[in-house]
Design a protein around this ligand. Structure first.
Ligand SMILES: Cc1cc2nc3c(=O)[nH]c(=O)nc-3n(C[C@H](O)[C@H](O)[C@H](O)COP(=O)(O)OP(=O)(O)OC[C@H]3O[C@@H](n4cnc5c(N)ncnc54)[C@H](O)[C@@H]3O)c2cc1C
Length: 393
C-alpha cells in the first residue's frame, strides 16, 4: 500500500474540482479526478453562476457557506483576473411578500456585518434607478447591493483543476468510471474506459449522474432531477443600463454579454410535480433547446407581471440543465453505506455557492478523519428511512 492516501473523484464539475484542489493541499494525498466529458462540462456549464450576498437561494442557516463561496471566488479573481469570470453587476432582490422581505432584510444585515454594502428600499424611485422599467405593482420593496454579481462556473472549475494539478493531482478527462471495485464491503478502486485504478477512498461528485454512479456500488441515492430551463433573451432595443442580477421569488435574470439570461427560480420546483421533477438520464440532454411549453407560459406570465419590457426580446439561445436535488434540497456530504465511498452530491441550484465549503470540509474529513458541523448536518443518514420514488418521498 502506498504511503499516501489515494483518492479518486468521479466528476470534474465545480464540486469535484474544488474538492481536488483542497485535497491536493494536504501533502499526504494522491488525488485523481475523472470526468467522462471535459472539465466543468456538466451542470456547471449550464449554470447561471450567481453567488449573491442575500437572495433567497440559500437559507440563513448556511450564511457562512454562502459567504465563504463568494469570498473564495472573489479572491481567486483578484489573484488572477478572469480566473473566476467575475462580473460585478450587483444584485436587486425584489420582495413580493412579507416572507421574502424579512429574509432579504436579515440577509442585508449579514452582508453589512461582513463588510459589504446593502440597502432595503421601499421607495420605487430608488428601485427604478437600478432598473428603470420594472413594474412595481404588488412589490413591497427590494434589497440592493452593488458588491456581488455572477461568475463563470466552468472557468472556476478549470482554475481549481489547474491549481490541483500544480500540487500534483491528476485530472483525467474523457475518462468514464464504469465500475467501483470493493473487497469485503470496502472500496478498493474504480474501473474506467481507460483501465482500472486502485484507491483508498472514492468520492462521488457526479452531480445529476449520481443516481447512476451510486448504483455502481449498489446504493440507491435519493437524488432526483429538476429541470432548469434557460433562455437567453436579446432585449430590443438594447437595455442601455447595467443590468444587475435580478431576483424575484419565482424567476431570476442576469446579464449575458449584452443579453439577458433568465431562468425559473430553484425553490419554485416541486419534487412531486412530474413537469418539474423526475429521474432522468442527463446524457439525453441536448446541448441546446428542450424547454417545454409550461416553462414558456410561466415565463411569459412572470414577465408580463413584472418586467414587460423583455417581452419584445428576441430569443438568442436556450437550454435545459438538470439540477441534482435531494428531498430537502440540500446536498449530501460524507459517508455512504459503502465504506470508503464518500458523497459530495445533490447540490441542486446552489452548487456554485456551496462547492468551496463542501470541498474544504470534505478534504479535511478525508485527510484527517475530522467531520465538520456541515458534514454532520448534511450526512446521508438523514435520508436512510426514505422511499426511493420521488412521488413517495
Ligand atoms: C440553469 C442552471 C442555473 C444554475 N444557477 C446557479 C447559480 O446561479 N448559482 C449556483 O450556486 N448554482 C447554480 N446552479 C446549480 C449549479 O450549477 C450546480 O449545483 C453545480 O454546477 C453542480 O456541480 P457538480 O460538480 O455537482 O455537477 P456537474 O457540473 O454536473 O459535474 C458532474 C460531472 O460528473 C461527470 N460524470 C458523471 N458520471 C461520470 C462517470 N461515470 N465517470 C466520469 N465522470 C462522470 C460529468 O461529466 C460531469 O462533468 C444552476 C444550475 C442550472 C442547471
Amino acid at each position: 500500500m502506498s504511503a499516501k492516501k489515494r483518492v479518486g473523484i468521479i466528476g470534474a464539475g465545480i464540486v469535484g474540482t474544488a474538492l481536488a484542489y483542497y485535497l491536493s493541499e494536504y501533502p499526504d494525498m494522491e488525488v485523481t479526478v475523472f470526468d467522462k466529458g471535459s472539465i466543468g462540462s456538466g451542470t456547471t456549464a449550464k449554470s447561471a453562476g450567481t453567488v449573491c450576498l442575500f437572495d433567497d437561494s440559500v437559507s440563513h442557516e448556511f450564511w457562512p457557506v454562502r459567504l465563504h463561496g463568494f469570498q473564495t471566488y472573489t479572491a481567486m479573481e483578484r489573484e488572477e483576473p478572469g480566473s473566476a469570470g467575475f462580473q460585478k453587476t450587483g444584485t436587486l432582490v425584489v420582495a413580493t411578500d412579507q416572507g421574502v422581505e424579512d429574509f432579504v432584510k436579515k440577509g442585508i444585515q449579514n452582508a453589512i456585518a461582513a463588510g459589504y454594502t446593502g440597502e432595503y428600499w421601499t421607495d420605487g424611485d430608488k428601485i427604478h434607478k437600478i432598473i428603470p422599467d420594472l413594474t412595481l405593482e404588488g412589490v413591497l420593496g427590494a434589497g440592493y447591493t452593488a458588491d456581488d454579481g455572477y461568475f463563470d462556473a466552468t472557468m472556476i472549475s478549470n482554475t481549481y483543476a489547474n491549481k490541483a494539478r500544480a500540487k500534483g493531482a491528476k485530472v483525467m478527462i474523457f475518462t468514464e468510471v464504469t465500475g467501483v471495485t470493493t473487497k469485503g464491503g470496502r472500496v478498493t478502486g474504480v474501473e474506467t474506459n481507460k483501465g482500472p485504478f486502485k484507491f483508498d477512498v472514492v468520492v462521488d461528485a457526479s452531480g445529476p449522474w449520481a443516481r447512476q454512479t451510486g448504483r455502481l456500488t449498489g446504493i440507491e441515492l435519493p437524488i432526483w432531477h429538476t429541470k432548469a430551463e434557460v433562455f437567453i433573451l436579446e432585449p430590443q432595443p438594447k437595455l442601455g443600463y447595467l443590468f444587475p442580477v435580478l431576483k424575484y421569488p419565482r424567476f431570476y435574470a442576469r446579464l449575458e454579454h449584452e443579453d439577458i439570461f433568465i431562468c425559473k427560480a430553484h425553490l419554485t420546483m416541486n419534487l412531486s410535480d412530474p413537469q418539474h421533477a423526475g429521474i432522468w438520464n442527463p446524457d439525453d440532454l441536448p446541448l441546446r433547446g428542450g424547454a417545454e411549453e409550461y416553462f414558456l407560459n410561466f415565463l411569459f406570465d412572470q414577465l408580463e407581471q413584472y418586467y414587460p419590457r423583455l417581452l419584445s426580446s428576441g430569443k438568442k439561445n436556450d437550454w435545459v440543465g438538470y439540477r441534482a436535488e435531494t428531498p430537502d434540497f440540500l446536498p449530501i456530504l460524507g459517508d455512504s453505506p459503502v465504506e470508503g465511498y464518500l458523497l459530495n452530491v445533490g447540490f441542486g441550484g446552489n452548487g456554485v455557492i456551496e462547492a468551496p465549503s463542501a470541498g474544504v470540509d470534505m478534504a479535511k474529513y478525508i485527510a484527517t478523519g475530522e467531520k465538520s458541523a456541515l458534514i454532520e448536518r448534511l450526512a446521508f443518514k438523514r435520508f436512510e428511512t426514505l422511499g426511493h420514488n420521488p412521488f413517495e418521498a
